[in-house]
Design a protein around this ligand. Structure first.
Ligand SMILES: Cc1ncc(COP(=O)(O)O)c(C=O)c1O
Length: 328
């Protein structure tokens, strides 16, 4: 339940479509061969640590009037877990503190968060998983004013492998780059939930949003990188990602791609792009903690290029991320 608000998953298209249709495909339905498939194995409930108490059986509780629950007054992080290690944890903790600053929340105690992360990952060995750290203003009133508490939740569960043929669609809603919460990773994620459901219903795995200026901004749980075409229709020899002034989240994956690409001479630049630039784009990549750098195979149903520079960017990221599990 706690992980349900996070939309950063790079799950398979099949899984995403099943979720978009409102849940798992009925296990008792006959398959194409007329046989009833065996029921899918029940997923283990996430391991959840709430303010010092650990639960691995789905019984974790948070105060019903937690302001993170009633108003979305909280911040969070999602990390990929590989072989029991949360990738880039330090960068995620830096951003968690920055998001807390942005909401005017006290910063969580970093040592305590690290202890909770260690406890959760020790309780559930995960070959591939997602770890979520949530920090809210704690129990509050029924209205939007805030009491002065806090709640810390750390949860982890297994995560499906990234989609084989990921695709993306543009959705009609906008990111407000002038919002009070622009660029903060807050638990007010309902607009992402709606946009992602729209994408899933269209058979895609992620939704792309423009900002209020009509510029390309980001996905519901990912940053976007585009390869445009030159005047002759050939793919440009650079990848472009919207700047933070677009209102996008300062993605950890995006930042690492920019840094590592610069170190290795791979041209990845930040530049504002009108949303319409997508129409002729050769390639689209999404970056997020669970996707890493993921080359998309289709945009709004139109096939995209996947070889060349996009593939090199994905390979570079995979190699560097494997070399350093906590790049500072
Ligand atoms: C809105 C949004 N943009 C971008 C990202 C990608 O950020 P990161 O690479 O740190 O996972 C996320 C992550 O979930 C997100 O929620």
């Amino acid at each position: 339940m706690i992980g349900a608000m996070d939309t950063g998953a790079g799950s398979s298209g099949t899984t995403e479509r099943a979720q978009g249709a409102g849940g798992a495909v009925g296990a008792a339905e006959a398959g194409a061969d007329g046989l009833v498939p065996p029921p899918a194995p029940a997923a283990e409930p996430p391991v959840v640590w709430v303010d010092g108490s650990l639960s691995a059986d789905g019984g974790a509780v948070v105060d019903a009037l937690d302001h993170g629950m009633t108003t979305g007054d909280g911040v969070f992080e999602t990390c990929r877990v590989s072989d029991g290690v949360a990738f880039a944890l330090t960068r995620h903790l830096v951003r968690l503190a920055r998001s807390a600053d942005g909401l005017g929340l006290p910063r969580p105690d970093e040592d305590r968060v690290r202890e909770a992360v260690a406890a959760v990952l020790a309780a559930r060995p995960l070959a591939r998983g997602r770890l979520r750290i949530t920090w809210t203003s704690g129990p509050g009133p029924l209205g939007s004013e805030r009491h002065g508490g806090s709640t810390l939740v750390v949860a982890a569960s297994a995560a499906p492998p990234p989609a084989v043929s990921p695709s993306v669609v543009v959705v009609p809603w906008t990111r407000n780059e002038r919002a009070a919460t622009a660029g903060l990773k807050t638990t007010s994620y309902a607009e992402n939930v709606v946009a992602l459901r729209h994408a899933l219903a269209a058979g895609a795995g992620e939704a792309l949003l423009a900002n209020t200026r009509g510029e390309l901004c980001e996905g519901t749980g990912s940053n976007v990188v585009v390869q445009l075409r030159d005047g002759r229709g050939r793919p440009e020899q650079e990848l472009v990602t919207p700047p933070l002034s677009s209102g996008c989240l300062a993605g950890v994956t995006r930042a690492l791609l920019l840094e590592w690409a610069a170190q290795e001479g791979l041209p990845v630049v930040e530049r504002a792009l009108p949303l319409e630039a997508l129409e002729g784009a050769a390639a689209v990549l999404l970056t997020s903690s669970l996707r890493d750098v993921q080359v998309q195979t289709a945009l709004d149903g139109r096939p995209l290029e996947t070889e060349g520079l996009p593939a090199r960017a994905a390979e570079l990221f995979a190699r560097r991320a494997a070399e350093d599990l906590d790049p500072r």
